[in-house]
Design a protein around this ligand. Structure first.
Ligand SMILES: [Zn+2]
Length: 506
């Protein structure tokens, strides 16, 4: 497979002046300018604000002005058409952000050719921003074009030094994208352990459920933030419109771990989640805030990814019960929700199995943890009167995981009747109850195969082998859940699941 290189435009958050950046294609890099007002989140871009929108946009074709550049090359890979004197790029009206043609002598002052004296429009490559379904006032005529000699800021376009223009047009390829944003290095410099938790909330005009969608409880699981940021953008742009109830998006629950690119900051945020009077570490402080945010909602969708291979699945809670471990009364609603999030596997019975795991650990002489150690976001949600599920979107590295997460958000909103959309179909086909856990007792206890979550095992099949040679067989037909191929003494080797007789969807 060949790949089309991307144009990357980066501006430093601390740039002085704020419109100076760099444009890079592969290893070719030149200075560039952006809007005199700097960069802006694409959804906040307005006509006339002199800002350049952040985002990834397509480049479809370009213009060259034959009067100004008679020797413009004709053998380019990227399509260029000659600029004609009657071309107008509409910045208002019904044809907003489109190319139109003027009649005879009309609208002389609005034509692209009017800038011929400045040379700014000798070569123009329109950036595909707000153009597929152009919305009036959201920004128009965002181009790549030659910069002024003093590299001053543009009205929102990307300006390239005139002398670099020939080299740039030679590097353009059909299907090319331009990626405009801030430099990453500045983000790291700005890493602040006290960064506030950011939530974005959309409230429909009719009453309805209160949904919260959470990402990056584990900092190395980036599919959640990606899916959630896309959903936020869609809500702002009107592509998703909440009519009933309210949705709160919390893209990054564990900012410390997320910035570090690690699963945990000081510890696992998804364990022992409760409000702590005397917070001792980062996760205690973030967890206290997370708990109070969760309590204000009825339904939680918590988006994760996992290590290794495997297909996406949903983790649901227990059946209705008044027991001590995890009392619950919304099993039916939670099951209906879990069954429609787009995955074919739904697993339930986590906290019971976790309690069993802790008992085994204790019997092996490992320092024990309280049962509350097994309480993460969804368990906390159930304790506080709501319900919620964990969506495991696939492998940490799988780019499809963000798509799985995004689809689940849309499915959740439509299932709950919060957006105008047909109710999502039931996708769950295999329902698994976590029945047991296999614990690594001594160094050398190992799983028998490169199991993945959801793998089926037959009764009597060897799942793992102890260091001493003893084999651990499947007690019944069942499934492997959360295999840990690097288990140390006291860790779980894997959980064992059985086909559940629970009917999720009515
Ligand atoms: Zn996770």
């Amino acid at each position: 497979m060949t790949s089309v290189p991307k144009i990357v435009v980066r501006v430093s958050r601390v740039a002085d002046p704020i419109h100076h950046g760099r444009l890079t294609i592969d290893n070719w890099s030149i200075p560039c300018t952006v809007g005199a007002g700097g960069l802006i989140q694409a959804s906040f871009k307005r006509e006339g604000d002199k800002c350049t929108p952040i985002g990834v946009f397509p480049l479809r074709y370009g213009f060259f002005d034959p009067a100004a550049v008679p020797d413009f090359p004709r053998d380019l890979a990227f399509p260029f058409v000659p600029l004609s004197d009657d071309m107008i790029w509409e910045e208002e009206g019904d044809d907003y952000n489109r190319l139109v043609f003027a009649d005879k002598d009309q609208r002389r002052g609005g034509r692209l050719a009017r800038r011929r004296a400045e040379g700014l429009f000798d070569v123009i490559v329109p950036i595909g921003f707000n153009d597929a379904v152009a919305e009036l006032g959201r920004g128009s005529a965002i181009f790549i074009h030659p910069a002024r000699a003093d590299m001053s800021g543009t009205a929102g376009c990307v300006g390239v030094p005139r002398e670099d223009m020939p080299a740039l047009v030679r590097r353009l390829r059909p299907g090319m994208l331009i990626d405009i944003g801030y430099t990453q290095a500045d983000d790291r410099e700005r890493l602040d352990p006290e960064t506030p938790v950011e939530t974005v909330r959309f409230t429909g005009l009719a009453p309805g459920p209160n949904l919260i969608v959470v990402g990056a409880v584990h900092g190395n699981e980036t599919c959640g933030p990606q899916a959630i940021l896309r959903a936020i953008q869609d809500c702002r742009m009107g592509r998703l419109s909440v009519r009933r109830g309210a949705v709160t998006f919390l893209p990054v629950a564990n900012m410390k771990a997320y910035r570090q690119g690690t699963r945990e900051g000081d510890r696992n945020l998804n364990r022992d989640l409760r409000e702590k009077t005397i917070p001792e570490d980062y996760e205690d402080r973030a967890g206290n805030r997370l708990c109070s945010v969760l309590r204000a909602h009825d339904v939680l969708l918590d988006i994760h990814s996992f290590r290794g291979e495997g297909e996406p699945f949903v983790f649901a809670g227990p059946l209705d019960n008044t027991g001590a471990v995890e009392p619950f009364r919304h099993a039916e609603a939670e099951g209906e929700f879990a069954a429609r999030l787009g995955t074919s596997i739904v697993i339930h019975g986590w906290l019971d199995a976790y309690a069993r795991f802790l008992k085994k650990r204790e019997s092996l002489g490992h320092s024990n943890k309280a049962n509350s150690e097994g309480v993460g976001t969804t368990e906390y949600m159930r304790f506080s009167g709501g319900y919620g599920v964990t969506l495991e979107c696939g492998s940490h590295e799988d780019p499809q995981a963000a798509e799985v997460g995004y689809a689940a958000i849309v499915r959740a909103l439509s299932h709950l009747g919060m957006i105008h959309a047909s109710p999502p179909d039931v996708t769950a086909q295999t329902v698994i109850r976590v029945a047991d856990v296999l614990v690594c007792e001594v160094e050398g206890d190992k799983l028998e195969h490169a199991w993945k979550t959801g793998d089926r095992v037959a009764r009597g099949q060897v799942i793992a082998r102890r260091a001493g040679g003893e084999v651990l067989e499947a007690p019944t037909d069942g499934f492997i859940i959360f295999p840990n191929h690097a288990a140390k003494p006291g860790d779980g080797l894997c959980y064992f699941g059985v086909a559940s007789d629970r009917a999720l969807a009515g």
